[in-house]
Design a protein. Structure first.
Length: 133
């Protein structure tokens, strides 16, 4: 059977992020990594790796289950979590890895406790709060 690929979510076509690789650093900065189960992250990595320039791929459930060592309910749960987080669009048999949504510029970044701040963050904190960095 010939599978015809079509973009599932054209407004969310992924693009090479400003940093080096296809794996966008916002996965960490926007806390997607912390909010996804390991099986969902493994599925995401496979799909990012095998996707074409539009983020599309069409691996079968059986292939993904073997590759990721998941049972069928585990694969379905991982896929559902990625779809729910807005990282993936799925219409059997097509997967589309989505571009990451931009965060609101007005939302402050999470406070980093016990970590170094950039000079910009420290100066901004002083200007905003009047506190010592």
């Amino acid at each position: 059977m010939q599978i015809i690929k079509r973009v599932l979510c054209p407004e969310r076509l992924r693009k090479v992020p400003p940093q080096f690789s296809w794996v966008d650093q916002r996965l960490v900065r926007q806390r997607h990594v912390q909010q996804c189960e390991p099986a969902a992250l493994a599925l995401y990595l496979v799909l990012v790796t095998v996707a074409d320039a539009e983020g599309l791929s069409y691996y079968s459930d059986a292939s993904l289950e073997r590759m990721l060592r998941l049972d069928h309910p585990g694969l379905c749960a991982a896929r559902a979590q990625l779809c729910q987080r807005g990282l993936l669009a799925y219409q059997k048999p097509l997967y589309q890895v989505l571009s990451l949504a931009e965060t609101s510029p007005s939302a402050p970044p999470p406070v980093r406790v016990g970590q170094c701040r950039s000079l910009r963050e420290a100066l901004q904190h002083v200007l905003d709060q009047g506190d010592q960095p």
